[in-house]
Design a protein around this ligand. Structure first.
Ligand SMILES: Cc1cc2nc3c(=O)[nH]c(=O)nc-3n(C[C@H](O)[C@H](O)[C@H](O)COP(=O)(O)OP(=O)(O)OC[C@H]3O[C@@H](n4cnc5c(N)ncnc54)[C@H](O)[C@@H]3O)c2cc1C
Length: 300
């Protein structure tokens, strides 16, 4: 039997797959990376990285390209139901003992774009976009991936290893019958990312804030540049789809900011915009945030 065409097939070219493709490319490993989507998902999702991730980025040569889309995490303040300060967590000032700020905020789409562009530079890395994994079979020395391109073209390719970097609804996980540990901590929160004007920034807090108010727990986060995020708990009985409507989003944000001073980060893909009403998402809190932090706001 001939050698598999690739040592590693990476399924999914999001931040995990693109980082892996860069690491494999740097090591000269023959790598195929595929993604069913042709473009970077155009809305901010993950918001925080740390110094270890920056060192990985430095190792693959893109720290400089990523740095402008990051900034050090500000101090955080926790406020109780009556607006009293419960806790303040400071942030450390430079020079940072480990080279980078211990915790950073970032804007995901440009960082993902930088990772993708850099991965394309490695001679041993082949990138195929608009290509979906449809089936996966394994034998003793290889895996065979059945791929379907967005123009309808179908083909199979062999690799010694397959790595599933295909996100929360991973096809690789399903096709490989891998189990998934669900800690059953799900709370729907509305996530809103805004680009705020200078005038609007002057009115907003200059620290990140957890509003530990049982009536409506909420989080305010300071992102890089004029990027600000609010995460607002959807209360029991509230209609999640109603909450996502733009009018409703601005009503919820009115204690902080109005549309005169900010715009919702827009998605360039019309299909995405119509589904998400600009950039507000409802998503389960536990899957993307430490449960300790979520507990802090729901317990008080
Ligand atoms: C509103 C929101 C807020 C979030 N906030 C945070 C946060 O603060 N912190 C955090 O860590 N995370 C957060 N997340 C999760 C965040 O999306 C992930 O951390 C990050 O994007 C995961 O990267 P990934 O590369 O593993 O997967 P993804 O970014 O999901 O990328 C997976 C890729 O695989 C591709 N793919 C899927 N199936 C196939 C297939 N069969 N064939 C080919 N390609 C396929 C997809 O097109 C996609 O490009 C948030 C998510 C949302 C929606």
């Amino acid at each position: 039997m001939t050698d598999p065409a690739f040592d590693v097939a990476v399924v999914g070219f999001g931040p995990a797959g693109a980082t892996l493709a860069n690491l494999l490319g740097k090591a000269g490993v023959r790598t195929l990376v595929i993604d069913k989507s042709r473009d970077v998902y155009d809305m901010p999702r993950a918001f925080a990285i740390d110094h270890e991730i920056m060192r990985v980025f430095q190792n693959i040569g893109i720290a400089e390209a990523v740095a402008p889309h990051t900034s050090p995490f500000t101090a955080s303040e926790y406020y109780g139901a009556n607006g009293q300060l419960i806790k303040r967590l400071g942030s450390i000032a430079p020079p940072y003992p480990l080279g980078w700020a211990p915790n950073m905020v970032f804007t995901q789409p440009p960082v993902e774009a930088a990772l993708r562009a850099h991965a394309a530079r490695w001679p041993s890395v082949t990138i195929e976009l608009g290509t979906e994994l449809a089936a996966l079979t394994q034998s003793s020395d290889r895996a065979t991936l059945d791929l379907v391109r967005d123009d309808g073209n179908e083909r199979s390719v062999d690799a010694r290893y397959v790595v599933g970097c295909d996100g929360a609804w991973s096809t690789v996980r399903t096709l490989s019958d891998l189990s998934y540990l669900d800690l059953q901590f799900d709370e729907p929160w509305l996530v809103v990312d805004l680009k705020v004007s200078e005038h609007g920034l002057a009115k907003l807090p200059d620290v990140s804030i957890q509003y530990c108010d049982p009536q409506r727990p909420a989080t305010y986060l300071i992102g890089p540049g004029n990027h600000r995020r609010w995460e607002i708990m959807v209360l029991p009985g509230e209609d999640r789809r109603e909450m996502e409507k733009e009018e409703h989003v601005w009503r919820l944000l009115s204690p902080w900011i109005s549309r005169a001073d900010a715009s919702l980060c827009a998605a360039s893909d019309p299909a995405v915009s119509s589904r998400c009403a600009a950039v507000s998402h409802i998503c389960p809190r536990a899957s993307r945030r430490s449960s300790a932090r979520a507990r802090a706001s729901s317990k008080v």
